[in-house]
Design a binder for this molecule. Structure first.
Ligand code: NAP
Length: 306
């Protein structure tokens, strides 16, 4: 792979977990000539400046995107329309405008109307993250061997799509292209509904803790503890995900509720075969994820349990 920068200037609108990780990974690969970062918060800009992953930090959107060859929206999805409207007049012809939002149909809907003539809009979603947020949470390896899904709209410029693909590959990702609607359905089941279940179960346990007098925390064994990790994810980001992927999430939740009722019935009627068969099928899925290199086989997710 070439060592030449893919883009002379990359502007990151949002320098939290994902924006900061992109900057670190781009630097590691030499994929960006210059990196500009925008954050509305002086505290975040000061922290980013101390860490040093950007060449310039801005409190003004227009100055951040000026002369950029790639502009990436890396803020919560609910803010994209306002950001796109503000930066539109400052984008130069030929610029690639992209994003990292966890939903894609709503991003197409919200951003497309503001994209100026001559600017190539190619949405993207790196399937990588942690429950941490902010500039200090970013690290260069976040995207290594993870998928990044591009959802170019109909008629997107093929060269722009190819260039963005090359950029994400240089950041360590494997890249797939799909339709935005399909992306939203796939992510509803693999990411959005699992987060909702985690938020729900931790909320229920918290309500119960009044009854169990903090035993929930004291005895939090593997299962519950893993849910609390997911349920510690950024509230703004996840509020915006659910507000912007409503149809797909509701569709998957409908299926989930039916299947949960079937499990409830199996427990009530002592149908051990039904339980055993499902648990055997799901164990094979876990093995498939490990075989695909998307997680480690170490017990307890490789945590040091001492
Ligand atoms: P994060 O760590 O909370 O960072 C968000 C960044 O956006 C911060 O710099 C924040 O600044 C800034 N921001 C907030 N409101 C803004 C606004 N109105 N205008 C401009 N900037 C604003 O979040 P993240 O995890 O990096 O998520 C960023 C995006 O990546 C989201 O769209 C999310 O859906 C997507 N994503 C996240 C993950 C994940 O696992 N976390 C994975 C894949 C994709 P302040 O802190 O000053 O508000």
């Amino acid at each position: 792979m070439s060592n030449e920068p893919v883009f002379a200037k990359v502007a990151l609108i949002g320098i939290g977990l994902i924006g900061a990780s992109m900057a670190h990974a781009a630097r590691r690969a030499g994929a960006a000539g210059r990196i500009a970062g925008y954050s509305p918060s002086a505290e975040e800009r000061a922290l980013a400046s101390r860490i040093g992953f950007a060449d310039s930090l801005h409190d003004d959107l227009a100055s951040c995107v000026q002369d950029a060859d790639l502009v990436v929206l890396a803020a919560p999805v609910g803010a994209f329309a306002g950001i796109a409207r503000t930066i539109a007049p400052a984008l130069k012809a030929g610029t690639i405008l992209s994003d990292v939002g966890s939903v894609k149909s709503a991003v197409l809907r919200d951003v497309s109307p503001h994209v100026p003539e001559g600017v190539h809009f190619v949405p993207a979603h790196p399937i990588a993250g942690t429950e941490q947020s902010g500039p200090g949470a970013g690290f260069a390896e976040l995207f290594d061997n993870r998928w990044c899904i591009l959802t170019p709209p109909d008629g997107a410029d093929a060269a722009a799509v190819e260039k963005l693909k090359t950029f994400w590959q240089r950041l360590g990702s494997q890249v797939e292209t799909m339709d935005a609607h399909h992306h939203d359905l796939v992510l509803a089941i693999t990411s959005h509904v699992p987060h909702l279940i985690a938020y729900n179960i931790v909320g229920t346990a918290d309500d119960l803790s009044a009854v169990t007098k903090s035993e929930v925390i004291k005895y939090s064994a593997g299962g519950f503890r893993d849910f609390t990790r997911i349920a510690a994810s950024d509230p703004t980001m996840w509020r915006d995900v659910f507000l912007n992927n409503r149809e797909a999430v509701l569709e998957v939740l409908g299926r989930f509720s039916e299947d949960l009722s079937a499990l409830q019935r199996a427990i009530r009627w002592g149908d051990g075969d039904a339980l055993f068969n499902l648990f055997t099928r799901t164990r094979a899925i876990r093995r498939g994820i490990i075989d695909a290199g998307q997680d480690m086989a170490a017990p307890n997710f490789g945590r040091n349990t001492k």
